[in-house]
Design a protein around this ligand. Structure first.
Ligand SMILES: CC(C)(COP(=O)([O-])OP(=O)([O-])OC[C@H]1O[C@@H](n2cnc3c(N)ncnc32)[C@H](O)[C@@H]1OP(=O)([O-])[O-])[C@@H](O)C(=O)NCCC(=O)NCCSC(=O)C[C@@](C)(O)CC(=O)[O-]
Ligand SMILES: NC(=O)C1=CN([C@@H]2O[C@H](COP(=O)(O)OP(=O)(O)OC[C@H]3O[C@@H](n4cnc5c(N)ncnc54)[C@H](OP(=O)(O)O)[C@@H]3O)[C@@H](O)[C@H]2O)C=CC1
Length: 429
């Protein structure tokens, strides 16, 4: 078997090319063929008949831009990152921080096994404490039943691995027993897989407990499927012509401190992290609502909503950043296999397992957070963000073709990035 060519994620000057030439450069760097090139370009990427098979009452398709973040090195391997997002400056910011990080060895990531929970809610149990023990006495039998249907998953080494029972003595509807199925879903996101198992077990659970089963559904708080990424930099890596790297590092640490203690800041801080995570989740056809729900529930797990990242100074005066959060992503199942462009995005990423994809996504989230904190702690968000948003403003004002960049440059130079000003410039020419 021939070894796949390693990707070089450092494509200098990509931003200066036209989209078509950029795509050529990306495909060349990743060794993708013409059919993947066509899918990534968006042309005919999702046939209407396929879209019609994905959701209900389909009337058409809604297009979004796909960009590619450069410079990412995670666990010593380079990756080009497809990002589907409507917000300017996100792809640039991720690429920028990945460029800084790669000089120090890039990001280091690790992940738990791909284990999800499904909940089976049991009501009307007169002896919940004893019912819990009766369920645990039947643990092996319940696990065998759960694993009896999905031979593909068990054949791959996945399947139900454990059972937990949680008892809530006092709820608005009386005592409640909640069984958790702990399932290794391998390369699936796993919702359909674990839901099928939970529904299969329900009659048996009713017999064991004497209660009535109501909900049988996965939990999006995928706290057994955590992913982690970290980055470490010398302070000098953050030096610029006008900024001292040590001051920037200290500013990032101080910015993070507010997000750790204050939910008002934590919500925005975590939104910035999801700016990096969601676009990759979407590009690969994964369920971003599930990832969002898991991230925010995890951020609030102590009872107080907090930041998903931590930024600290190292002993040598450098900067270290880390992130940990649930990450339920699949390479199979859901839309990952039905959307042709999602398949092409996965080929661009060259990930072999859902766990590898999760690690990458965490690294992008960390990079995005670093970019936002770096900007916020120094010049503020508006200079870099608004300079890129200026092209949106120019389009809103009616600019087309070459006028978009011309008008954007003019409103940035004038320091008046408004639709009114863009219209004035358009009217003058
Ligand atoms: C926007 C930058 C990167 C500009 O920063 P800059 O200093 O003007 O960038 P530069 O021109 O020196 O370029 C540096 C590198 O950035 C990348 N880059 C730079 N420009 C481009 C471009 N046009 N197209 C593609 N890549 C670009 C590119 O990698 C480039 O290196 P190269 O490869 O060229 O050698 C910087 O100001 C930044 O990182 N700002 C933060 C932006 C951000 O966080 N945006 C998210 C939206 S705001 C928000 O929603 C979240 C927030 C902020 O509220 C979260 C929070 O509060 O925590
Ligand atoms: N709360 C939530 O988040 C909910 C989300 N969803 C949706 O569920 C979907 C994801 O469910 P998911 O279970 O991942 O999808 P699927 O059921 O489509 O795919 C999983 C199945 O793929 C097969 N499979 C083949 N190869 C592998 C492999 N390498 N690793 C694992 N499984 C493999 C398995 O069995 P086999 O071949 O026998 O099928 C497995 O059961 C998403 O669309 C999501 O939006 C649904 C309900 C709730």
């Amino acid at each position: 078997m021939t070894k796949p060519t390693p990707v070089n994620a450092r494509i200098a000057g990509l931003r200066d090319l036209e989209p078509s030439a950029r795509l050529d450069a990306v495909c060349a760097a990743a060794g993708l063929d013409q059919s993947d090139r066509a899918l990534l370009s968006g042309a005919g990427a999702l046939p209407l008949a396929t879209a019609n098979g994905m959701i209900e009452n389909v009337v058409g398709k809604f297009e979004m831009p796909m960009g590619v973040a450069t410079n990412f090195c995670v666990n010593g391997k380079d990756y080009l990152i497809p990002m589907v997002v409507e917000e300017p400056s996100v792809v640039a910011a991720a690429s920028y921080m990945a460029r800084i990080a790669r000089a120090g060895g890039g990001f280091h990531a690790s992940a738990d096994d791909p284990v999800m929970r499904a909940q089976v809610q049991v009501l009307g149990v007169s002896d919940p404490a004893a019912a819990r023990l009766r369920i645990l006495e039947h643990r092996d039998e319940l696990m065998a039943l759960a694993n009896s249907k999905d031979k593909v998953l068990t054949g791959l080494g996945g399947g139900c691995k454990d059972i937990e029972v949680h008892v809530f003595d006092d709820t608005p509807v009386g005592p409640m027993v909640v069984l958790h199925l702990i399932v290794d879903v391998r390369d699936a996101m796993g919702a359909n897989t674990v839901n099928t198992m939970a529904e299969l077990l329900a009659p048996k659970v009713e017999t064991i407990t004497g209660g009535t089963v109501r909900l049988r559904i996965l939990s999006n708080l995928a706290d057994l499927r955590l992913v982690r990424a970290r980055v470490e930099l010398e302070a000098a890596a953050l030096d610029t012509d006008v900024l001292n790297g040590a001051d920037v590092a200290q500013g990032i640490v101080e910015a993070c401190a507010l997000a750790v203690i204050d939910p008002y800041r934590a919500a925005t801080h975590n939104k910035g992290i999801m700016n990096g995570i969601d676009p990759v989740v979407i590009a690969t056809g994964n369920d971003w609502r599930a990832v969002e729900a898991g991230a925010h529930a995890f951020a609030a797990r102590s009872g107080r909503y907090t930041a998903l990242t931590r930024w600290e100074r190292t002993a040598s005066g450098g900067l270290s950043g880390s992130i940990e959060l649930p990450m339920a992503l699949g390479l199979v199942g859901g839309a990952t296999r039905t959307h042709p462009a999602a398949q092409a995005a996965l080929r661009l990423l060259k990930v072999k397992t859902a766990t590898e994809l999760a690690q990458l996504v965490a690294a992008v989230g960390l990079a995005q957070n670093m970019a936002a904190l770096r900007a916020l702690a120094t010049e503020g968000i508006q200079r870099g963000h608004m300079a890129l948003h200026a092209r949106n403003i120019a389009i809103t004002a009616g600019a087309t073709g070459a006028d978009i960049d011309r008008v954007a440059r003019a409103i940035v130079a004038a320091g008046d990035i408004t639709v009114d000003h863009a219209r004035t410039i358009l009217d003058e020419t």
